[in-house]
Design a protein around this ligand. Structure first.
Ligand code: ZN
Length: 257
């Protein structure tokens, strides 16, 4: 499967996940429908569904408009507050879109109805991917708006921590490198290594330089200048086995802003 990473708003991403044989696609967190539709047309794909991690406007704002453009569009999420929701999903529920499989992982804390989505494609050498919304960042986590530290600890250790080692992580970055108490909590709780501390510093530096950052579990790092992006966003590839080089991992492309 191919993932188009679409920069939106000041500091967010939407993800268009494409099943390359059928040209069918699902979007994770459709915040800006106009921009999404541009990419959908450009890629020549058919949008089958919206997967929303949580109800915050910078993740779910575009759902209603998309539902008007595509009558009958399926909108998945775990929170009634998500606009245009058609399918309320539960923990460990599995969905299938062509060859793309999705496992819903309920991770309440940032919001009480936060869902992460773990995706993989049948008969594909591509690594599976986790879309972690505002639950997990590089070494940090989202703010505890509607939950407790205990819930977040369980999310990170028991639920997301149990995923395969080669899972690629696609997530938001936010301000956690600067001042999030949640980030420091997770850092303590997970007793992160020196390498983690180093990664945080690295992400912070590149964020200040308005770059988009990639990281693999093997410690390889690459950055691309994205000059028109006010702030940089990060996503990490926690692939224990395969370094981020494109051919070994998933097919990930950035869209021009
Ligand atoms: Zn949020």
């Amino acid at each position: 499967m191919k993932v188009k990473v679409i920069s939106v708003l000041e500091d967010n991403y939407m993800y268009l996940v494409i099943e390359e044989n059928t040209k069918e696609a699902v979007v994770v967190d459709a915040a800006v429908p106009k921009r999404l539709l541009e990419i959908v047309r450009k890629e020549g794909v058919t949008l089958k569904a919206v997967l929303t991690t949580h109800h915050h406007w910078d993740h779910a704002r575009g759902n209603e408009e998309l539902a008007k453009v595509y009558p009958g569009l399926q909108v998945y999420g775990a929170d009634e507050r998500i606009g245009a929701l058609t399918h309320k999903v539960t923990h460990n529920e599995e969905l299938k879109f062509g060859d793309i499989n999705v496992k819903c992982l309920f991770t309440p804390c940032h919001t009480s109805g936060h869902m992460c989505y773990f995706m993989w494609e049948e008969n594909s050498p591509d690594a599976p991917a986790l879309f972690s919304g505002d639950t997990l960042f590089i070494g940090g986590c989202g703010k505890f708006f509607e939950g407790t530290a205990e819930q977040m600890y369980k999310n990170l250790t028991e639920i997301l921590g149990a995923l395969p080692k080669d899972t690629e992580l696609l997530h938001e970055c936010g301000d956690w490198t600067q001042n999030s108490p949640a980030a420091s909590t997770s850092r303590r709780r997970l007793s992160m290594s020196d390498r983690f501390q180093e990664s945080v510093l690295w992400a912070r530096v590149h964020r200040e330089e308005s770059q988009v950052c990639f990281e693999s579990g093997t410690g390889e790092r690459e950055c691309e200048k994205e000059t028109r992006l006010g702030k940089s966003r990060c996503f990490s590839f926690q692939s224990g086995a395969s370094p981020w080089k494109g051919e070994a991992g998933m097919n990930v492309e950035f869209c021009e802003r």
